[in-house]
Ligand binder design. Structure first.
Ligand code: MN
Length: 432
């Protein structure tokens, strides 16, 4: 786990004034990476770092650096973050220190003004070539709730507390925040019907998750030990794992999710590095005394002491009516990543336990982040459609309607640290 260093100093301020506003997601203590271009230009993407409401072009900034920091900045010359991701902790840390030095008060503002683009004038792209995507199920609360809905007598399956469960998902349908999502059609079997029908999804849902980007990969046949796992994690984003519950319900036994999950995933555009998250580390979830003992490959003192990350996640809905009336989005759920039953490191280790190889830019989804009384999916909020909730401007909901915009946000706060944000993951539902 990354130690605190001078880049985390809450007293640091930037010559980019907007970064010093207390509510900014992107103060100088954050420095997340993304891929951007001038809106409408059709240019290939360039690697940038968010600072306040601006983006600094890392390639241009490299000219102001020297030595190892310059070498690391030059890993950003391509059209994705994969090269930087593959370079590992040493390069990441020296580049962060270099960017922090350039952007802080007293840095070379005159030389870098021309390398800034206002975020309002930029179009963000999927930041990495995401080769593979696997989606976990690491929240005990979510797994228990989903289990109660499907199996009231036997909510939690017997494997849950022994290993982090996941399914292998798709990366081809990833879109960055702002990309609309079309309501899928598929085969569903309505309750009580004798046979299935093919129709637009009537139970369209979101899953509020944390996305974890892999840095350096591992060779096939070489599992990653738990205490090495974080060296293979580059950073995080907010992830919406869109879910068609009625399609999923009919297809998922016995091989798991397929059409109910493969039509879209939405990610926030900025990748907040593991180093930026250092002030927000927490102990791992405290397992109950009667939970099964962890097998040795999933247990370590370091993981127990600081395997958690205190990231707060929120999901909001804005209906078409609300937007027309100028009404702000309504908060539907808020929960904390630190309460997940399995840590980020345990997900990496479990993924490679068989010898499976991960590659730079692969993404792991955490699974829906739900607390006891505030949920990261409408499956739980509406208890599978049995409880309605009402949006401002009069919309009653169980699942999503066309025109609804789903907005997810993440941020971190801790005593003695500057608040940082993950930014937004936003998408509107279009008719099928
Ligand atoms: Mn999911």
């Amino acid at each position: 786990m990354t130690n605190l260093n001078e880049t985390h100093d809450p007293a640091l301020a930037s010559w980019v004034e907007s970064a010093n506003a207390p509510e900014s997601d992107f103060p100088i203590q954050n420095l997340p990476y993304g891929l951007y271009r001038e809106a409408g230009s059709g240019d290939p993407g360039r690697v940038g770092v968010a600072i306040g409401d601006q983006i600094l072009d890392v390639t241009t900034a490299a000219a102001e650096m020297s030595g190892a920091a310059k070498d690391a900045a030059e890993l950003c010359n391509g059209e994705t973050l994969n090269e930087l991701m593959s370079a590992g902790n040493g390069a990441w840390s020296v580049l962060r220190a270099g960017l922090s030095g350039l952007l802080r008060e007293g840095g070379p503002a005159d030389a870098l003004l021309g390398a800034l683009t206002a975020q309002a004038d930029a179009e963000m792209l999927v930041p990495a070539n995401i080769g593979d995507f696997s989606d976990f199920w690491a929240s005990l609360t979510h797994a228990t709730n989903a289990g109660k809905i499907n199996r009231p007598d036997n909510p939690l399956l017997p494997n849950y507390k022994h290993l982090p469960i996941a399914y292998h998902a798709r990366s081809s349908s990833f879109g960055v925040s702002g990309t609309a999502v079309r309501r899928p059609e598929g085969q569903v079997k309505p309750p009580g019907a004798d046979s299935p029908v093919f129709k637009p999804c009537a139970r369209l849902d979101y899953e509020m998750e944390l996305g974890l980007y892999i840095g350096p990969g591992n060779d096939i046949g070489s599992p990653i030990a738990l205490d090495d796992a974080e060296e293979h994690l580059f950073g995080v984003c907010v992830l919406n794992d869109w879910s068609a519950r009625d399609i999923q319900a009919w297809e998922y036994v016995p091989l798991g999710p397929f059409q109910g999950k493969n039509f879209a995933n939405t990610i926030s555009p900025w990748v907040v590095t593991m180093e930026a998250l250092a002030p927000f580390r927490t102990p791992a979830y405290e397992r109950a005394a009667d939970d099964p003992a962890l097998m040795p490959y999933l247990a370590s003192d370091a993981n127990a002491a600081a395997g958690g990350i205190d990231i707060k996640l929120e999901v909001l809905i804005s209906s078409a009516k609300m937007r027309a009336a100028g009404t702000p989005p309504a908060l539907i759920g808020a929960s904390r990543f630190k309460d997940m039953y399995w840590t980020a490191a345990q997900l990496v280790t479990q993924h490679t336990a068989s010898g499976c190889n991960l590659r730079p830019g692969d993404l792991l989804g955490s699974g829906t982040v739900s607390d006891e009384d505030s949920f990261g999916s409408l499956l739980e909020t509406s208890w599978a459609g049995s409880r309605t909730f009402t949006l401002p401007c009069g919309g009653e909901r169980t699942f999503l309607e066309d025109g609804d915009e789903v907005i997810m946000r993440g941020y971190c706060e801790a005593d003695g640290a500057r608040r940082i944000g993950l930014g937004e993951c936003r998408a509107e539902v279009l008719p099928s």
